[in-house]
Design a protein around this ligand. Sequence first.
Ligand code: PBG
Length: 341
Amino acid sequence: MSTHPLPREPRNVGAVPGPTVRPRRLRTSRAMRRLVAQTRVHPAQLVLPVFAREGATEPVPIRSMPGQVQHSRDSLRNAVTRAAEAGVGGVMLFGVPATRDATGSWATDPEGVLATAVRDVVAEVGDALVVQADLCLDEFTDHGHCGVLTPDGRVDNDATLERYADMAVVLADAGAHLLGLSGMMDGQVAATRAALDAAGHQDTALLAYAAKYASAFYGPFREAVESTLQGDRRTYQLDAANRREGLREAMLDVAEGADVVMVKPAGSYLDVLSDVAQASPVPVWAYQVSGEYSMVEAAAAHGWIDRRGVVTEQVTGIVRAGADAVLTYWATELAGWLRDA
Ligand code: PBG
């Protein structure tokens, strides 16, 4: 029994006039809410990141990203076919090589894991999807950095540009429609554009990971690509504290000829995304990264959150903030939900 006294009877103050403006009217039914929705996510604006593992005969589960795998050549073909059937707009390929060295030699091997994956995927779904490849050295270097190193161990910007230029031509030769420049070297867009044009690849598009922040949210991805990185990427990726710098990086990449610019990660950088979306003359994409994925999967596995509700809400928020397209590990599944909705 409660020990509290009953509340006093309210004094009758007469009829309270109701509001004349009632925003709730537009929320009265599911049909009304659907009609007045100001943001719509469409499968065509989703891009699925996928991992191709050299020599794998079976898909290898990624422990830190439940539901994601390192693909064999067969399972990769299956995954991109399912993505195409779901109406997803594109796939972004990452390679997990069997061998690494200081300069990332296998990144520029036309028979390497990434170029091979590009050829396989283009042959399988190249008419239906925009086939994209990650252009960066970190998966291919034994030290795990996104570039080559100086003798004293710093990341050598301009020497790295030459490696990127070669890698761009190899991936374009393999048939990639779009290359994702994720290394955050200064001048990487101009350098790869010039190399592609000189090689006759004028139509290969460049996505600049323009505002890519040094983020703890990439943790699960490092397991996915078996990264050997010691230390961090803070001399080339942006500092989380800096909003203005994100916009500056995006504008520089536009000036260098980027066809698309990106903000990454997405969820913790919606302000930067909004700034870039307002200023950019080219499409702006956002990458919902591995840590964003794994946190939701972990909480959902405990029954602590509604997985589908959270995923839909997060991607809607990213699009509402200004993303024209979203890279998300849920692309295929979300596309299915959107079609059923
Ligand atoms: C670099 C690259 C990274 C990611 C995409 N491209 C890792 C990094 O910068 O450390 C992270 C993607 C993710 O976390 O989902 N090639």
